[in-house]
Design a binder for this molecule. Structure first.
Ligand code: NDP
Length: 309
């Protein structure tokens, strides 16, 4: 097995990973970035990004990530297509395996593996991803102004997304599988008091309907087994996210949902020299710009750590 020694390993290539790469590369740490199974991260699954500062005309998620990658490479980051399949934080330098074959010894590690939105798992939902099916109302809601849309989920995120969409859209259906919501009372009240949100308790989505232009409706089934269709142009999934922390389990402190715990106000994990940035440690804000900001924090924490030893 090949073996190499590096100062800084960055795992993940969303806005957090690439920003950490830009900063650590400029600091002369020669970072090696492993892009992971979804190079560019979640943003590459959305269409237009209009809320990332610096792009007055908007930018596609893919183009934004290409720009961030180019910027990191320009300063010498070694960006590799591949996956860190194993990592051991129990001794120093930390030992990682890439793609099951390449051994890497790293003095520091920045984890930016992100989180993945959960989907229902319907083939029709997969077919219309990016063509009416989205897991981010803040990212894509704007494209559904004055249209009818649906949100699936009964937690705080679903309520927040439904309320946000209600301010832009003509009508929002909130589809909840049980006869009650999981969201906090305040969020439930907000949804109940928004006139253009219709809550459909006890309904599940059986099929996403559409044509070559995108989503046109949903086939729903209620708890009595009755089916109905609703006409909507957009379907927003808000049934939770799962952080991509499988390989760190048992080594790093994670919260009950599996997000990496960091020392408040820093990117420091419970292991010195291991830092976390972006959605993998942030279940709340989950924005490209907040992820990028936390990537910068991780790079600065990492640089200080390496210089202080
Ligand atoms: P949650 O896990 O809290 O809620 C997920 C929702 O999706 C539940 O209603 C669940 O239904 C439903 N669901 C899950 N799987 C399916 C499925 N296959 N089909 C249909 N429905 C499904 O996730 P959230 O993202 O809402 O929240 C995550 C955390 O973030 C929570 O702790 C929340 O409080 C917090 N948060 C706080 C906010 C705030 O304070 N402003 C804003 C957003 C999030 P069921 O109940 O039946 O399992």
């Amino acid at each position: 097995m090949e073996n190499e020694q590096i100062k800084c390993l960055i795992i993940g290539s969303g806005p957090a990973g690439y920003t950490a790469a830009i900063y650590t590369a400029r600091a002369g740490l020669n970072p090696v970035v492993y892009e992971g199974i979804e190079p560019g991260g979640q943003l590459t699954t959305t269409t237009e990004v209009e809320n990332f500062p610096g792009y007055p005309e908007g930018v596609t998620g893919t183009a934004l990530m290409e720009d961030l990658k180019k910027q990191a490479v320009r300063f010498g980051a070694d960006v590799r297509f591949g996956v860190i399949t194993q990592i051991d934080f129990s001794s120093r330098p930390f030992r990682a395996t890439a793609d099951g074959t390449r051994s890497i010894e790293a003095e520091s590690v920045i984890i930016a593996t992100g989180a993945s939105a959960k989907y229902l798992g319907l083939p029709s939902e997969q077919k219309f991803r990016g063509m009416g099916v989205s897991a981010c109302a803040t990212c894509d809601g704007f494209f559904y102004r004055k249209k009818d849309v649906a949100v699936v989920g009964g937690g705080d995120t679903a309520c927040e997304e439904a309320t946000y969409l209600a301010s832009l859209c003509n009508k929002v259906y909130l589809i909840i599988r049980k006869d009650h919501m999981r969201a906090s009372q305040a969020m439930q009240d907000r949804v109940m008091n928004t006139p253009n949100i219709e809550i459909l308790f006890g309904h599940v989505t059986e099929e996403v309907l559409g044509d070559e232009q995108g989503v046109t409706g949903l086939l729903l089934k209620n708890t009595k087994g009755e089916t109905r269709t609703i006409d909507v142009s957009g379907l927003f999934l808000a049934i939770g996210h799962h952080p991509n922390t499988e390989i760190f389990k048992g080594q790093l402190e994670l919260d009950a949902e599996g997000y990496i715990k960091t020392l408040p106000g820093t990117s420091k994990t419970n292991i010195e020299g291991v830092f976390a940035a972006g959605d993998v440690q942030d279940p709340h804000y989950r924005q490209a710009i907040t992820a990028a900001g936390s990537g910068c924090v991780a790079a600065l924490d990492c640089e200080r750590y390496l210089h202080s030893r």
